[in-house]
Design a protein around this ligand. Structure first.
Ligand SMILES: CC(C)(COP(=O)(O)OP(=O)(O)OC[C@H]1O[C@@H](n2cnc3c(N)ncnc32)[C@H](O)[C@@H]1OP(=O)(O)O)[C@@H](O)C(=O)NCCC(=O)NCCS
Length: 181
């Protein structure tokens, strides 16, 4: 497997990437066309989009978007093919995105992880996040949510947006310093 810049992908591979996105996060991109539109929107020189590719097949991909005058990079989005998860591909894509953000002068890398599926998956779902948030952060539990992946990779909760996706459905901000690595 190699990690390559998505600007190098051919049309078939872009469709594979879009299929992974709509399959992985249908709540955000319900159709293949929605996912293709998102990839086309993201594939601009300011952003860096990287894909994990094996034998010309896209297995996963993710991007970083600069903000705060280039001091901060947002990871958006990240998705690995359903049948190839838990094999280190997500970790490899994130490591490559972190390297790229650092190379471009970033000091912080972060992402928003929406806890929006079903009745909520993390301990932040359906609770009053205005009441003693520091304690709730200390005792955070990811449940089945992808938050567990980011915690494994050393990301810390750096904030939360209550009700971002409806009542009791927050967006959880995870961040990591690029200066300490
Ligand atoms: C989240 C996602 C990108 C992880 O990709 P992956 O290739 O399966 O992750 P990796 O195999 O590199 O996992 C790295 C570590 O995190 C752990 N991990 C992976 N997914 C996890 C999860 N959902 N919860 C807890 N831990 C998880 C792995 O077990 C592994 O731990 P280990 O090093 O102790 O073995 C993938 O599950 C995915 O595409 N999910 C759907 C889309 C999504 O949620 N994207 C993120 C939006 S914020």
């Amino acid at each position: 497997m190699e990690i390559i810049n998505m600007a190098q992908l051919n049309e078939t591979q872009i469709i594979q990437a879009a299929q992974i996105l709509t399959d992985s996060i249908p709540i955000g991109w319900p159709t293949l066309q929605d996912a293709l539109d998102e990839i086309n929107r993201l594939l601009i020189p300011e952003n860096t989009m990287l894909a994990a590719v094996e034998k010309d097949i896209v297995l996963g991909w993710g991007g970083i978007l600069p903000g705060y005058n280039g001091n901060v990079f947002e990871i958006h989005p990240l998705a690995v093919r359903g049948d190839r998860r838990k094999q280190g591909i997500g970790r490899a894509i994130i490591a490559a995105l972190e390297d790229e953000a650092r190379k471009q002068g970033g000091m912080t890398i972060y992402l928003g992880a929406d806890d929006e599926r079903g009745n909520g998956e993390t301990s932040f779902a359906n609770v009053d996040l205005y009441d003693d948030l520091p304690e709730k952060i200390k005792s955070f539990s990811p449940g089945t949510h992808q938050s567990g992946f980011y915690l494994k990779l050393g990301y810390k909760i750096i904030g939360v947006m209550p009700d971002a996706n409806g009542i009791g459905k927050p967006d959880i901000y995870f961040g990591k310093s690029l200066r300490k690595l």
